[in-house]
Design a protein around this ligand. Structure first.
Ligand code: GDP
Length: 424
Protein backbone atom coordinates (compact mmCIF):
# COMPACT_ATOMS: atom_id res chain seq x y z
CA UNK A 1 0.00 0.00 0.00
CA UNK A 2 1.49 3.32 -1.10
CA UNK A 3 -0.05 6.41 0.50
CA UNK A 4 0.87 10.02 -0.09
CA UNK A 5 0.13 12.91 2.28
CA UNK A 6 0.29 16.29 0.63
CA UNK A 7 -0.70 19.91 1.21
CA UNK A 8 -3.68 21.32 -0.71
CA UNK A 9 -3.00 24.99 0.01
CA UNK A 10 0.05 27.23 0.64
CA UNK A 11 1.67 24.85 3.15
CA UNK A 12 1.34 24.72 6.95
CA UNK A 13 -1.96 22.87 6.63
CA UNK A 14 -1.05 20.57 9.52
CA UNK A 15 0.48 17.79 7.41
CA UNK A 16 2.94 16.90 10.17
CA UNK A 17 0.20 15.85 12.59
CA UNK A 18 -1.62 13.85 9.89
CA UNK A 19 1.58 12.04 8.92
CA UNK A 20 2.23 11.41 12.60
CA UNK A 21 -1.27 9.98 12.97
CA UNK A 22 -1.28 7.90 9.79
CA UNK A 23 2.33 6.74 10.15
CA UNK A 24 1.08 4.30 12.80
CA UNK A 25 -0.06 2.10 9.91
CA UNK A 26 3.24 2.42 7.97
CA UNK A 27 6.52 0.57 7.72
CA UNK A 28 8.36 3.33 5.85
CA UNK A 29 7.86 7.12 5.66
CA UNK A 30 9.64 9.10 2.93
CA UNK A 31 10.33 12.81 2.41
CA UNK A 32 10.70 13.26 -1.33
CA UNK A 33 11.23 16.98 -1.99
CA UNK A 34 12.36 20.27 -0.48
CA UNK A 35 14.76 20.98 2.34
CA UNK A 36 14.69 22.70 5.70
CA UNK A 37 12.75 25.67 4.35
CA UNK A 38 9.57 24.65 6.15
CA UNK A 39 8.67 22.82 9.29
CA UNK A 40 6.22 20.24 10.48
CA UNK A 41 4.97 20.54 14.02
CA UNK A 42 4.02 17.33 15.77
CA UNK A 43 2.63 17.11 19.29
CA UNK A 44 2.37 13.67 20.88
CA UNK A 45 2.86 12.01 24.25
CA UNK A 46 6.64 12.47 23.98
CA UNK A 47 6.46 16.26 23.57
CA UNK A 48 6.35 18.93 20.88
CA UNK A 49 8.65 18.49 17.90
CA UNK A 50 9.46 20.73 14.95
CA UNK A 51 10.83 18.76 12.05
CA UNK A 52 12.39 20.58 9.11
CA UNK A 53 14.24 17.81 7.27
CA UNK A 54 13.37 14.52 8.91
CA UNK A 55 10.21 12.67 7.95
CA UNK A 56 7.63 12.86 10.75
CA UNK A 57 7.71 9.06 10.99
CA UNK A 58 11.00 9.44 12.91
CA UNK A 59 8.93 9.85 16.09
CA UNK A 60 7.76 6.22 15.80
CA UNK A 61 10.58 3.78 16.62
CA UNK A 62 9.22 0.98 14.41
CA UNK A 63 9.07 3.17 11.27
CA UNK A 64 12.01 3.45 8.85
CA UNK A 65 12.44 6.98 7.46
CA UNK A 66 13.89 7.78 4.05
CA UNK A 67 15.17 11.12 2.79
CA UNK A 68 14.74 10.77 -0.97
CA UNK A 69 16.73 11.89 -4.00
CA UNK A 70 14.25 14.73 -4.60
CA UNK A 71 15.33 16.46 -1.39
CA UNK A 72 17.92 19.19 -0.84
CA UNK A 73 19.70 18.39 2.41
CA UNK A 74 21.67 20.81 4.57
CA UNK A 75 23.80 18.40 6.60
CA UNK A 76 24.63 20.99 9.28
CA UNK A 77 20.91 21.48 9.87
CA UNK A 78 20.28 17.73 9.80
CA UNK A 79 23.01 17.23 12.40
CA UNK A 80 21.35 19.77 14.72
CA UNK A 81 17.87 18.36 14.11
CA UNK A 82 18.92 14.77 14.83
CA UNK A 83 20.83 15.78 17.98
CA UNK A 84 17.85 17.72 19.32
CA UNK A 85 15.61 14.70 18.86
CA UNK A 86 18.16 12.42 20.50
CA UNK A 87 18.18 14.74 23.52
CA UNK A 88 14.42 14.21 23.69
CA UNK A 89 14.98 10.44 23.74
CA UNK A 90 14.26 9.68 20.06
CA UNK A 91 16.64 7.06 18.68
CA UNK A 92 18.12 7.82 15.27
CA UNK A 93 20.55 5.44 13.59
CA UNK A 94 21.21 4.02 10.10
CA UNK A 95 18.59 1.41 11.00
CA UNK A 96 15.69 3.87 11.03
CA UNK A 97 17.06 6.69 8.85
CA UNK A 98 18.30 6.30 5.29
CA UNK A 99 19.57 9.13 3.11
CA UNK A 100 19.47 8.79 -0.67
CA UNK A 101 22.90 8.84 -2.29
CA UNK A 102 21.31 10.93 -5.06
CA UNK A 103 19.92 13.69 -2.82
CA UNK A 104 21.56 17.07 -3.44
CA UNK A 105 23.35 18.87 -0.60
CA UNK A 106 22.64 22.45 0.40
CA UNK A 107 26.02 24.12 0.94
CA UNK A 108 26.84 27.23 3.01
CA UNK A 109 27.33 29.19 -0.24
CA UNK A 110 23.74 28.38 -1.28
CA UNK A 111 22.49 30.08 1.86
CA UNK A 112 24.76 33.04 1.18
CA UNK A 113 23.54 33.29 -2.42
CA UNK A 114 19.92 33.07 -1.28
CA UNK A 115 20.45 36.05 1.06
CA UNK A 116 22.42 38.05 -1.53
CA UNK A 117 19.70 37.57 -4.14
CA UNK A 118 16.82 38.45 -1.79
CA UNK A 119 18.71 41.60 -0.79
CA UNK A 120 19.32 42.48 -4.44
CA UNK A 121 15.60 42.01 -5.19
CA UNK A 122 14.75 44.25 -2.19
CA UNK A 123 11.11 45.43 -2.63
CA UNK A 124 10.49 42.79 -5.32
CA UNK A 125 11.67 39.85 -3.22
CA UNK A 126 10.20 36.36 -3.61
CA UNK A 127 9.92 35.77 0.13
CA UNK A 128 12.63 33.15 0.33
CA UNK A 129 13.20 31.53 3.72
CA UNK A 130 16.93 32.11 3.02
CA UNK A 131 17.80 28.46 3.57
CA UNK A 132 19.55 28.16 0.20
CA UNK A 133 16.78 26.19 -1.49
CA UNK A 134 16.43 28.06 -4.81
CA UNK A 135 20.23 28.23 -5.36
CA UNK A 136 20.72 24.51 -4.62
CA UNK A 137 17.86 23.41 -6.91
CA UNK A 138 19.22 25.85 -9.51
CA UNK A 139 22.57 24.08 -9.23
CA UNK A 140 20.86 20.69 -9.57
CA UNK A 141 19.60 21.67 -13.01
CA UNK A 142 22.90 23.35 -13.90
CA UNK A 143 24.53 20.05 -12.87
CA UNK A 144 26.70 21.84 -10.32
CA UNK A 145 25.30 20.24 -7.14
CA UNK A 146 27.14 17.96 -4.73
CA UNK A 147 25.14 14.81 -3.98
CA UNK A 148 25.10 12.84 -0.75
CA UNK A 149 26.67 9.79 -2.42
CA UNK A 150 29.70 11.92 -3.43
CA UNK A 151 30.68 11.91 0.26
CA UNK A 152 31.40 8.18 0.02
CA UNK A 153 34.44 8.78 -2.21
CA UNK A 154 36.54 11.69 -0.95
CA UNK A 155 38.88 11.77 -3.99
CA UNK A 156 35.93 12.06 -6.33
CA UNK A 157 34.32 14.64 -4.01
CA UNK A 158 37.49 16.74 -3.97
CA UNK A 159 37.71 16.72 -7.76
CA UNK A 160 34.06 17.68 -8.24
CA UNK A 161 34.07 20.28 -5.51
CA UNK A 162 37.09 22.09 -7.02
CA UNK A 163 35.22 22.71 -10.28
CA UNK A 164 32.02 23.70 -8.52
CA UNK A 165 33.74 26.10 -6.11
CA UNK A 166 35.58 27.83 -8.98
CA UNK A 167 32.23 28.34 -10.73
CA UNK A 168 30.45 29.56 -7.59
CA UNK A 169 33.23 32.03 -6.82
CA UNK A 170 32.94 33.57 -10.29
CA UNK A 171 29.24 34.01 -9.64
CA UNK A 172 29.49 35.41 -6.12
CA UNK A 173 32.32 37.80 -6.98
CA UNK A 174 31.05 38.83 -10.41
CA UNK A 175 27.36 39.19 -9.67
CA UNK A 176 27.31 40.31 -6.07
CA UNK A 177 30.87 41.63 -5.47
CA UNK A 178 31.05 39.38 -2.40
CA UNK A 179 33.89 37.20 -1.09
CA UNK A 180 34.83 34.12 -3.17
CA UNK A 181 34.05 30.63 -1.83
CA UNK A 182 36.97 28.90 -0.08
CA UNK A 183 37.58 25.39 -1.40
CA UNK A 184 39.41 24.37 1.80
CA UNK A 185 36.55 25.50 4.02
CA UNK A 186 33.92 23.77 1.91
CA UNK A 187 35.91 20.52 1.66
CA UNK A 188 36.50 20.50 5.42
CA UNK A 189 32.79 21.19 5.99
CA UNK A 190 31.78 18.27 3.77
CA UNK A 191 34.34 15.90 5.34
CA UNK A 192 33.04 16.72 8.82
CA UNK A 193 29.50 15.74 7.83
CA UNK A 194 30.69 12.78 5.76
CA UNK A 195 32.10 11.36 9.02
CA UNK A 196 28.77 11.84 10.78
CA UNK A 197 26.38 10.65 8.05
CA UNK A 198 28.43 8.18 5.94
CA UNK A 199 26.60 5.12 7.27
CA UNK A 200 23.18 6.62 6.57
CA UNK A 201 23.77 7.15 2.83
CA UNK A 202 22.53 4.35 0.59
CA UNK A 203 20.85 3.74 -2.76
CA UNK A 204 17.33 4.27 -1.43
CA UNK A 205 15.88 3.29 -4.83
CA UNK A 206 17.11 -0.28 -4.33
CA UNK A 207 15.99 -0.29 -0.70
CA UNK A 208 12.52 0.98 -1.57
CA UNK A 209 11.91 -1.21 -4.60
CA UNK A 210 12.71 -4.24 -2.45
CA UNK A 211 10.30 -2.87 0.17
CA UNK A 212 7.56 -2.47 -2.46
CA UNK A 213 8.14 -6.06 -3.63
CA UNK A 214 7.92 -7.25 -0.03
CA UNK A 215 4.51 -5.55 0.28
CA UNK A 216 5.64 -2.99 2.87
CA UNK A 217 3.32 -0.11 3.73
CA UNK A 218 4.93 3.08 2.48
CA UNK A 219 4.00 6.69 3.01
CA UNK A 220 5.20 9.73 1.06
CA UNK A 221 5.30 12.88 3.12
CA UNK A 222 5.25 16.23 1.32
CA UNK A 223 6.47 19.55 2.56
CA UNK A 224 4.62 22.78 1.62
CA UNK A 225 1.44 22.70 -0.47
CA UNK A 226 0.13 22.60 -4.05
CA UNK A 227 0.24 26.39 -4.36
CA UNK A 228 4.00 26.40 -3.68
CA UNK A 229 4.75 23.78 -6.33
CA UNK A 230 7.32 24.93 -8.88
CA UNK A 231 5.04 24.05 -11.83
CA UNK A 232 1.51 24.53 -10.48
CA UNK A 233 2.00 27.07 -7.70
CA UNK A 234 1.92 30.86 -7.58
CA UNK A 235 5.15 31.19 -9.59
CA UNK A 236 7.57 32.88 -8.94
CA UNK A 237 6.48 32.90 -5.27
CA UNK A 238 6.79 29.13 -5.17
CA UNK A 239 9.27 26.76 -3.72
CA UNK A 240 11.86 25.34 -6.10
CA UNK A 241 10.78 21.71 -5.85
CA UNK A 242 7.69 19.70 -6.77
CA UNK A 243 5.24 19.45 -3.87
CA UNK A 244 2.80 17.37 -5.93
CA UNK A 245 1.81 13.82 -4.94
CA UNK A 246 2.63 12.45 -8.39
CA UNK A 247 6.26 13.50 -7.90
CA UNK A 248 6.52 11.39 -4.74
CA UNK A 249 7.66 8.14 -6.36
CA UNK A 250 10.22 10.06 -8.47
CA UNK A 251 11.63 12.02 -5.55
CA UNK A 252 11.78 8.84 -3.49
CA UNK A 253 13.70 6.79 -6.05
CA UNK A 254 10.94 4.43 -7.24
CA UNK A 255 9.54 6.29 -10.26
CA UNK A 256 7.76 3.24 -11.67
CA UNK A 257 5.29 2.69 -8.84
CA UNK A 258 1.74 4.01 -8.63
CA UNK A 259 0.22 5.57 -5.53
CA UNK A 260 -2.77 3.75 -4.03
CA UNK A 261 -4.10 6.68 -2.04
CA UNK A 262 -3.54 10.44 -1.81
CA UNK A 263 -4.60 12.23 1.38
CA UNK A 264 -4.78 15.99 0.88
CA UNK A 265 -4.42 18.12 3.99
CA UNK A 266 -6.42 21.32 3.92
CA UNK A 267 -6.90 23.93 6.64
CA UNK A 268 -10.40 25.08 7.63
CA UNK A 269 -9.25 28.65 6.84
CA UNK A 270 -6.37 30.08 4.79
CA UNK A 271 -2.82 30.89 5.84
CA UNK A 272 0.25 31.78 3.84
CA UNK A 273 3.84 32.57 4.79
CA UNK A 274 5.86 34.96 2.69
CA UNK A 275 5.23 36.93 -0.47
CA UNK A 276 2.92 36.46 -3.43
CA UNK A 277 -0.77 36.78 -4.31
CA UNK A 278 -3.09 35.67 -1.49
CA UNK A 279 -6.53 36.63 -2.74
CA UNK A 280 -8.59 36.07 0.38
CA UNK A 281 -6.17 37.88 2.71
CA UNK A 282 -7.51 39.68 5.79
CA UNK A 283 -5.84 42.67 7.38
CA UNK A 284 -6.13 44.60 10.64
CA UNK A 285 -7.98 43.43 13.73
CA UNK A 286 -9.96 40.72 11.89
CA UNK A 287 -6.66 39.13 10.73
CA UNK A 288 -4.98 39.54 14.12
CA UNK A 289 -7.84 37.74 15.86
CA UNK A 290 -7.65 34.72 13.53
CA UNK A 291 -3.83 34.68 13.65
CA UNK A 292 -3.92 34.70 17.45
CA UNK A 293 -6.65 32.05 17.63
CA UNK A 294 -4.75 29.72 15.30
CA UNK A 295 -1.23 30.50 16.59
CA UNK A 296 -0.28 31.25 13.00
CA UNK A 297 3.46 31.87 13.14
CA UNK A 298 5.88 29.99 10.84
CA UNK A 299 7.33 26.74 12.24
CA UNK A 300 10.69 27.22 10.48
CA UNK A 301 11.06 30.99 10.64
CA UNK A 302 8.63 32.28 13.33
CA UNK A 303 7.26 34.78 10.80
CA UNK A 304 3.62 35.83 11.40
CA UNK A 305 1.50 34.12 8.77
CA UNK A 306 -0.93 35.94 6.49
CA UNK A 307 -4.46 34.73 7.19
CA UNK A 308 -7.94 34.76 5.64
CA UNK A 309 -11.10 32.72 5.17
CA UNK A 310 -11.23 29.32 3.43
CA UNK A 311 -10.48 29.76 -0.28
CA UNK A 312 -12.59 27.43 -2.41
CA UNK A 313 -10.94 28.42 -5.72
CA UNK A 314 -7.41 27.72 -4.49
CA UNK A 315 -8.44 24.56 -2.60
CA UNK A 316 -10.43 23.06 -5.48
CA UNK A 317 -7.38 23.60 -7.68
CA UNK A 318 -5.13 22.12 -4.98
CA UNK A 319 -7.32 19.00 -4.74
CA UNK A 320 -7.22 18.59 -8.52
CA UNK A 321 -3.47 18.95 -9.03
CA UNK A 322 -2.76 16.72 -6.04
CA UNK A 323 -5.25 14.09 -7.25
CA UNK A 324 -6.55 13.87 -3.68
CA UNK A 325 -8.74 10.87 -2.84
CA UNK A 326 -9.48 11.98 0.72
CA UNK A 327 -9.21 15.26 2.56
CA UNK A 328 -8.05 15.88 6.10
CA UNK A 329 -9.58 19.20 7.16
CA UNK A 330 -7.50 20.61 10.00
CA UNK A 331 -7.87 23.24 12.73
CA UNK A 332 -11.64 23.56 12.46
CA UNK A 333 -11.70 24.19 16.24
CA UNK A 334 -10.04 27.57 15.59
CA UNK A 335 -13.19 28.86 13.84
CA UNK A 336 -15.39 28.33 16.94
CA UNK A 337 -15.10 32.02 17.91
CA UNK A 338 -16.71 33.27 14.66
CA UNK A 339 -20.40 34.21 14.60
CA UNK A 340 -20.50 33.92 10.81
CA UNK A 341 -18.02 31.79 8.90
CA UNK A 342 -16.83 33.37 5.65
CA UNK A 343 -15.97 31.31 2.57
CA UNK A 344 -14.28 32.67 -0.54
CA UNK A 345 -16.41 30.88 -3.17
CA UNK A 346 -15.10 32.51 -6.36
CA UNK A 347 -12.65 35.12 -7.66
CA UNK A 348 -13.64 38.28 -9.47
CA UNK A 349 -11.11 39.01 -12.21
CA UNK A 350 -11.85 42.28 -14.03
CA UNK A 351 -15.56 41.94 -13.26
CA UNK A 352 -15.72 38.30 -14.38
CA UNK A 353 -16.40 35.60 -11.80
CA UNK A 354 -14.30 32.46 -11.94
CA UNK A 355 -13.83 29.30 -9.90
CA UNK A 356 -10.75 28.24 -11.91
CA UNK A 357 -7.51 29.24 -10.19
CA UNK A 358 -5.83 31.83 -12.44
CA UNK A 359 -2.11 32.50 -12.96
CA UNK A 360 0.16 35.51 -13.38
CA UNK A 361 -1.42 38.95 -13.52
CA UNK A 362 -5.02 37.62 -13.41
CA UNK A 363 -4.21 36.09 -10.04
CA UNK A 364 -2.55 39.30 -8.86
CA UNK A 365 -5.69 41.36 -9.49
CA UNK A 366 -8.30 38.76 -8.44
CA UNK A 367 -10.77 39.86 -5.72
CA UNK A 368 -12.49 37.39 -3.40
CA UNK A 369 -16.23 36.69 -3.66
CA UNK A 370 -17.37 35.92 -0.11
CA UNK A 371 -20.31 33.86 1.13
CA UNK A 372 -21.20 33.51 4.84
CA UNK A 373 -22.37 30.49 6.76
CA UNK A 374 -23.65 30.20 10.32
CA UNK A 375 -21.02 29.70 13.00
CA UNK A 376 -21.32 27.06 15.74
CA UNK A 377 -19.97 29.16 18.63
CA UNK A 378 -19.05 26.31 20.92
CA UNK A 379 -15.91 24.42 21.86
CA UNK A 380 -15.53 21.37 19.60
CA UNK A 381 -12.06 20.34 20.75
CA UNK A 382 -13.35 17.40 22.81
CA UNK A 383 -15.45 15.93 19.94
CA UNK A 384 -14.23 12.56 18.68
CA UNK A 385 -17.28 11.30 16.75
CA UNK A 386 -19.23 12.73 13.83
CA UNK A 387 -22.43 12.66 15.93
CA UNK A 388 -20.86 14.99 18.49
CA UNK A 389 -20.17 17.74 15.95
CA UNK A 390 -22.60 20.71 15.80
CA UNK A 391 -24.95 20.88 12.79
CA UNK A 392 -23.51 24.23 11.65
CA UNK A 393 -19.99 22.75 11.55
CA UNK A 394 -21.22 19.76 9.54
CA UNK A 395 -22.97 22.14 7.13
CA UNK A 396 -19.69 24.08 6.68
CA UNK A 397 -17.82 20.86 5.91
CA UNK A 398 -20.52 19.70 3.50
CA UNK A 399 -20.38 23.02 1.63
CA UNK A 400 -16.58 22.71 1.35
CA UNK A 401 -16.99 19.16 -0.01
CA UNK A 402 -19.52 20.32 -2.62
CA UNK A 403 -17.46 23.28 -3.76
CA UNK A 404 -14.04 21.59 -3.84
CA UNK A 405 -15.47 18.35 -5.26
CA UNK A 406 -13.54 16.29 -2.74
CA UNK A 407 -14.72 14.29 0.29
CA UNK A 408 -13.53 15.07 3.79
CA UNK A 409 -12.45 11.93 5.60
CA UNK A 410 -10.77 13.42 8.69
CA UNK A 411 -11.54 16.56 10.66
CA UNK A 412 -9.04 17.66 13.30
CA UNK A 413 -10.19 19.61 16.33
CA UNK A 414 -6.95 20.02 18.27
CA UNK A 415 -3.19 19.62 17.91
CA UNK A 416 -2.94 16.36 19.87
CA UNK A 417 -2.59 13.04 18.09
CA UNK A 418 -6.09 11.78 19.02
CA UNK A 419 -7.93 15.10 18.52
CA UNK A 420 -9.65 14.17 15.27
CA UNK A 421 -12.83 12.70 13.87
CA UNK A 422 -13.00 10.08 11.14
CA UNK A 423 -16.05 10.91 9.04
CA UNK A 424 -16.52 7.57 7.25
P1 GDP B 1 2.55 21.49 8.51
O1 GDP B 1 3.83 22.07 8.05
O2 GDP B 1 1.60 21.29 7.38
O3 GDP B 1 2.69 20.29 9.37
O4 GDP B 1 1.87 22.60 9.40
P2 GDP B 1 2.33 23.26 10.77
O5 GDP B 1 3.59 22.76 11.29
O6 GDP B 1 2.15 24.72 10.64
O7 GDP B 1 1.22 22.66 11.72
C1 GDP B 1 0.10 23.30 12.02
C2 GDP B 1 0.07 23.76 13.46
O8 GDP B 1 -1.24 23.59 13.95
C3 GDP B 1 0.90 22.97 14.44
O9 GDP B 1 1.27 23.80 15.53
C4 GDP B 1 -0.04 21.86 14.89
O10 GDP B 1 0.28 21.28 16.12
C5 GDP B 1 -1.32 22.62 14.97
N1 GDP B 1 -2.51 21.84 14.64
C6 GDP B 1 -2.61 20.86 13.70
N2 GDP B 1 -3.88 20.44 13.63
C7 GDP B 1 -4.59 21.17 14.54
C8 GDP B 1 -5.97 21.23 14.90
O11 GDP B 1 -6.81 20.52 14.40
N3 GDP B 1 -6.33 22.16 15.85
C9 GDP B 1 -5.43 23.00 16.43
N4 GDP B 1 -5.87 23.87 17.34
N5 GDP B 1 -4.11 22.97 16.11
C10 GDP B 1 -3.70 22.07 15.17
Amino acid sequence: MLTSIVGINWGDEGKGRMVDLLSEEQDIVIRYQGGNNAGHTVINERGKFILNLLPSGILRPEVVCVMGNGMAIDLAHLDKETNKLREAGIEISPKNLKISDRAILTMPYHIELDCLEEERLAGEKYGSTRRGIAPVYGDKYLKKAVRAGDLLDLDYLEHRLRGIVAYKSLMIEGMYHAEPVSFDEMFAWLKKYADIFRDYIIDTGVYLSDAVKAGKRIMFEAQLGALRDIDFGIYPYTSSSSTIAAYGPIGAGIPGVKLDRVVGVMKAYSTCVGEGPFTCEWFGEEAEELRRAGGEYGAATGRPRRVGPFDVVASKYGCRVQGADDIALTKIDILSYMKKIPLCVAYDVNGKKTVDFPMGQALNIAKPVIEYMDGWNCDVSACRKKEELPAALLAYVKRIEELTECRVKYISVGAEREAYIQMY
